[in-house]
Design a protein around this ligand. Structure first.
Ligand code: AMP
Length: 249
C-alpha cells in the first residue's frame, strides 16, 4: 500500500507573528519555519501504518519555494521513503495546491492520501476537500482515528457532541485532527540518513497546472491590543462599574 502525505512549510507555531509595516502580509524575515503541525501528524500516521506492515511506501510532497525542502527532509527523517517538491515562487492558494496534488496523485497512484486538516498560517481548511473533489475520491476529514481493513479505511471523526465513524473505499483522502496521534521527534541518525533519501523537484508547468492566484490578500492586521484590567474594592463597586462604565447590566 502506497501513501502520499502532503506537508506544508509554515511559520513555527511557537513564533509570535509580526505583520509587515505596510500590512500587506505576515513578516517572515528571520522567522523560524517548521512543518505544519497537522502535517506532522499526517506523517506520523503514515509512519505508524508502515511500522504495522500495512503501508509499504510513504511519499511526502510539498509545494512552494526551495526552502520547503527543509520540511521534506524532516518528513524523510521521520520515516518517509522519498519526497517530491513542486517548486513555485511563493505559496500558491488552496485550489492551485489541490490541482498540483491531483497531478501528483495521477502519477503516483497512492492508495491513501493524508493531509493536515488545516495549515496554521492560512487557516484555510479546504485543500483536502478540494483534492477529494478534483480526484473524485472519498474523503474522511478531521480524522481522530484511522484503521485500514481489506480495501477500506475507517475514519473516526470528532463532530459536535460525539464521534462519527466512516468507512471509505480506497483510494481515499484523509485529513488529520489534533488527537489522531502524538508525532515523534526525528532522531539524529535518521536526520543524517534522510539527506541521502531521494527528493525529486517538479515544475507546475510540467504537471500541466496553472498556479495563478484567483484571490488577493487585501490587508493583514495584528489583533487589537487588550486593555489592562482593574481591581475593584468591593462587590458594590463592581456592580457600579458594570452598570455605569461597561453598561452591560
Ligand atoms: P489548508 O487547506 O491550506 O488549511 O491546508 C490543509 C492541508 O493541505 C495542509 O495541512 C497540508 O497537508 C496541505 N497543504 C496545503 N498547502 C500545501 C502546500 N503548499 N504544500 C503541501 N501541502 C499543502
Amino acid at each position: 500500500m502506497k501513501l502520499l502525505v502532503a506537508v506544508k512549510r509554515v511559520i513555527d507555531y511557537n513564533v509570535k507573528v509580526r505583520v509587515k509595516p505596510d500590512n500587506s502580509d505576515v513578516d517572515l524575515t528571520n522567522v523560524k519555519m517548521a512543518i505544519n503541525p497537522f502535517c506532522e501528524i499526517a506523517v506520523e500516521e503514515a509512519v505508524r501504518l508502515k511500522e504495522q506492515g500495512i503501508a509499504s511506501e510513504i511519499v511526502a510532497v510539498s509545494i512552494g519555494p526551495k526552502a520547503c525542502q527543509e520540511q521534506l527532509r524532516t518528513a524523510l527523517a521521520l520515516g518517509a521513503d522519498r519526497a517530491i517538491q513542486v517548486e513555485t515562487e511563493t505559496f500558491p492558494g488552496s485550489l492551485a495546491v489541490a490541482k498540483l496534488l491531483k497531478a501528483i496523485v495521477d502519477e503516483e497512484k497512492p492508495d491513501l492520501i493524508i493531509l493536515g486538516k488545516q495549515a496554521i498560517d492560512s487557516d484555510n481548511n479546504q485543500t483536502g476537500q478540494m483534492l477529494a473533489a478534483l480526484t473524485g475520491l472519498p474523503q474522511g476529514t478531521f480524522a481522530s482515528q484511522v484503521s485500514i481493513e481489506e480495501g477500506t479505511v475507517n475514519v473516526t471523526r470528532e463532530i459536535d457532541g460525539g464521534l462519527q465513524t466512516l468507512s471509505l473505499t480506497l483510494p481515499a483522502v484523509v485529513t488529520t485532527d489534533l488527537r489522531l496521534n502524538e508525532p515523534r521527534y526525528a532522531k539524529l541518525p535518521d536526520i543524517m540518513k534522510a539527506k541521502r533519501k531521494p527528493l525529486d523537484v517538479r515544475q507546475p508547468d510540467a504537471l500541466g497546472v496553472d498556479t495563478a492566484s484567483t484571490l488577493e490578500t487585501v490587508r493583514v492586521d495584528m489583533p487589537r491590543q487588550r486593555q489592562a484590567g482593574v481591581k475593584v474594592g468591593s462587590v458594590d463597586e463592581l456592580i457600579d462599574k458594570l452598570k455605569n462604565e461597561a453598561k452591560v447590566i
